[in-house]
Design a protein around this ligand. Structure first.
Ligand SMILES: NC(=O)c1ccc[n+]([C@@H]2O[C@H](COP(=O)([O-])OP(=O)(O)OC[C@H]3O[C@@H](n4cnc5c(N)ncnc54)[C@H](OP(=O)(O)O)[C@@H]3O)[C@@H](O)[C@H]2O)c1
Length: 345
């Protein structure tokens, strides 16, 4: 049997180790087998190790949500892809065969996009999860999202101010871009000051320094920027404190999108909390995901959507645990950490 290298989480709340596991020998109809050239690290990866969530039913488990690579095998019935195509997609770590921290993965072809020539594999791998968490929350229809642009064709125009908390997170960076593309304005970014110039290049128009303004002072700081009612807050950071601050800022009828579950304690009638699931794999988000991936190559090629800035880690898959430690310890600012699985010793 053909084998591949993988980074596996040995047991619930256990250790990550580089190991070998079977490389899929057959590809289901409608799917692709992809040779992974770049795999992005995400907070979910260290959180799964720390908390051992119930949705991971089998160990050893392979994690990793974002990949870019080359099509190795094309499943029956797939059109539009050939062996050797450079592609990006969201991997799905609830099933080891579909996860990202290994050298080969399966993925349904309908949620894959070709990588345009102007993007490296690492840049491409920085896109799927961050973009999808922003896009499902903002663009997809209720109940999964706010419905700002369900067909993802960017021909819509909305108005009004919006606040992005955790604006320099990967999810925050994509949220700013999508909000700019559907013409919401002003876009107020709450982030560290050293990120302001970069966030401005993505579309943010007003800035609040998170090191100077605490969450409890955030509502007053936003009021100084605009007297217009705030009908939308995207909280890409999402702690109990940040969500409460975002909720308190909302005007009547407004919505806050949160990324780590609804932790808001003090609620009133007339404000909505949308707890986003940033995945295009489940049936609830699949149609939206298909629309997103249909247009994605073009948007990345012409710069309509730009990837995150990236840092490539050494030592292939073995470099991931140190990278996750940096994410967990809040030592990464505005950059996506990338592993190169084919460089695993
Ligand atoms: N629901 C879902 O499906 C889903 C999907 C993806 C992610 N998530 C969650 O969404 C969150 C963001 O994920 P990510 O990958 O985008 O994060 P990330 O890029 O790894 O986040 C790093 C950033 O966090 C920012 N940060 C740290 N402390 C902050 C604070 N007190 N206030 C505001 N920003 C702060 C830092 O900002 P500065 O550099 O400006 O200091 C840094 O740039 C995570 O909790 C993740 O687990 C959920």
């Amino acid at each position: 049997m053909s084998e591949q290298k993988a980074l596996v989480l040995e047991s619930k709340q256990g250790r990550f180790v580089v190991s070998t596991r079977p490389k899929p020998t057959s590809v289901p109809a409608g799917e692709l087998l992809v040779k992974i050239k770049a795999s992005a690290l995400n907070p979910a990866d260290w959180k799964v190790q720390d908390f051992g969530p119930a949705y991971i039913e089998k160990y050893p488990a392979v994690l990793g949500s974002d990949i870019a690579g080359d099509v190795e095998t094309v499943g029956e019935g797939v059109t539009g892809f050939s062996k050797g195509d450079r592609v990006l997609c969201q991997s799905f770590f609830v099933n080891n065969e579909y996860a990202g921290f290994q050298q080969y993965t399966l993925v349904p072809a309908e949620i894959v996009a070709k990588i345009p020539e102007n993007l490296s594999y690492s840049q491409a791998a920085s896109v799927p999860l961050g973009l999808t968490t922003a896009s499902v929350g903002l663009f997809s229809n209720e109940p999964t999202g706010l419905g700002l642009d369900p067909s993802f064709d960017l021909n819509v125009k909305h108005s009004g101010p919006v606040l992005v908390i955790g604006a320099s997170t990967s999810v925050g960076q994509f949220s700013i871009q999508l909000l700019r593309l559907v013409k919401l304005s002003p876009i107020i970014a709450y982030a560290s000051a050293h990120q302001f110039d970069y966030l401005k290049s993505l579309g943010a128009t007003e800035f609040i320094d998170r090191k100077q303004v605490s969450f409890s002072d955030l509502p007053a700081a936003v009021k100084k920027i605009t007297s217009e009612p705030i009908k939308l807050v995207y909280d890409a950071f999402s702690s109990a404190e940040s969500e409460q601050a975002g909720y308190d800022i909302l005007a009547d009828g407004g919505t806050i999108i949160v990324t780590t579950g609804d932790q808001i304690k003090n609620k009133v009638d007339g404000k909505k909390v949308l707890d986003v699931l940033g995945s295009v794999h489940p049936p609830t988000n699949r149609e939206f995901g298909k629309a997103q991936y249909r247009n994605l190559t073009k948007y990345l090629q012409d710069g309509t959507i730009v990837p995150n800035r990236t840092e490539e880690l050494p030592n292939g898959l073995a470099g991931i645990p140190d990278g996750l430690e940096r994410l967990k310890n809040n030592q990464v600012s505005g950059i996506k950490l990338i592993s190169l699985p084919q460089e695993t010793a």
